[in-house]
Design a protein around this ligand. Structure first.
Ligand code: NAP
Length: 317
């Protein structure tokens, strides 16, 4: 009986904590580009980030990051895969904004072959160290880029836990992970840290309700990539109608929809005027009725993975 009582108390505590985290995450209001929202591990992250995928390394990447910081972005999303970590690091350093006011996310891209199959733990640690060297500073958030190699995934994660202990990265998380992937990581007796965030493709034309239902009560922040649906639906009549009602642009409606849901969108552009447009989303609020209309636009539009045959990485083995 006493054992049952203790179990009930622990279960009650877990339930109350989950409800409190969920409420706290839902009620955070963002009023400016540097507004922050919580991550599951107690750290925080600026509510809108600047995407760096397909931004050519070198002068283009360096200049646009400096420009984005000047405009007001305080969060840059890069990755080893994007080959522009060094430019991001230099631009952040030269921006004149104190390092602790800027959040940098980077990621490791495991391959499906070679040492990734046999020595995953060391491979991830080596990649984290290479990222930190290129950035010239720690990463505020470091992610496993995609859930390839089911047998190695826990080793990836243990390496990130070690990188966090060594102070190379502040928070650790995952990207393109589905519910089953996250559940397996959390349930494995060797892991001790719950992912602080999961970065997935997420926009009005591709909602992630199942993943959100799993993440929210556990404090795992959803970071929305391709938040502009890669500009493929800017002419959608509902998007246009809501934009018109607020004197906003279709891209701004995409970003604002994410922010109001508590997701962290990462709009990308290499054009200064669009970089400014995409973060200018704190002067208006989409009404609940409009949010409902936008929520109904989901058509499972995978913009990132269409060239891979519309593979849904969150459903991989
Ligand atoms: N974790 C992952 O696996 C993953 C995968 C994909 C993306 N991401 C992250 O998420 C970021 C954003 O995603 P994304 O780059 O795929 O797509 P996105 O931000 O949804 O869309 C970018 C596209 O929209 C255009 N665009 C930007 N602002 C616009 C505006 N105001 N009006 C019209 N067109 C506009 C851009 O062109 P211009 O540049 O010419 O303006 C570019 O072609 C990435 O850069 C990356 O950091 C992560």
């Amino acid at each position: 009986m006493p054992q049952l009582g203790a179990t009930a108390v622990i279960a009650g505590f877990v339930l109350v904590s989950a409800v409190l985290i969920k409420r706290a995450m839902a009620s955070e209001t963002c009023t400016s580009p540097d507004s922050r929202v919580s991550l599951g591990d107690g750290n925080s992250i600026p509510a809108v980030g600047f995407g760096m995928y397909y931004t050519p390394p070198g002068a283009v990447a360096y200049d646009i990051v400096k420009e984005a910081i000047k405009i007001g972005y305080r969060h840059i999303d890069t990755a080893g895969f994007y080959e522009n970590e060094a430019d991001v690091g230099r631009a952040v350093k030269d921006s004149g904004v104190p390092r602790d006011q800027i959040h940098i996310t980077s990621k490791v891209w495991p391959e499906a072959e070679g040492r990734w199959q046999t020595d995953a733990y060391n491979m991830v640690l080596e990649h984290v160290k290479a990222s930190v060297e290129k950035l010239g500073t720690h990463a505020d958030l470091y992610l496993i880029h995609w859930p390839v190699n089911p047998e190695q995934r826990v080793d990836y994660w243990l390496a990130l836990e070690e990188a966090q202990k060594q102070g190379l990265v502040k928070s650790i998380g995952v990207s393109n992970f589905g519910v089953a992937h996250m559940q397996k990581l959390i349930d494995d007796p060797r892991t001790t840290v719950v992912p602080a965030a999961n970065e997935v493709e997420l926009h009005p034309f591709l909602r992630q309700d199942e993943i959100e239902a799993f993440c929210k009560p556990r404090g795992i922040r959803l970071i929305a990539y391709s938040p502009l649906s890669r500009a493929k639906r800017l002419d959608n009549p509902v998007i246009q109608e809501v934009a018109k009602a607020h004197g906003a642009t279709p891209a701004q409606i995409h970003v604002r929809w994410s922010v109001q849901h508590g997701y962290v969108p990462l709009p990308k552009s290499v054009r200064t005027e669009r970089v400014a447009e995409n973060i200018d989303v704190f002067k208006f609020e989409i009404t609940p009725a409009e949010m409902e209309k936008l929520d109904a636009l989901d058509e499972r539009l995978f913009t990132e993975w269409e060239e891979w045959g519309n593979l849904d990485p969150t459903k991989m083995d």
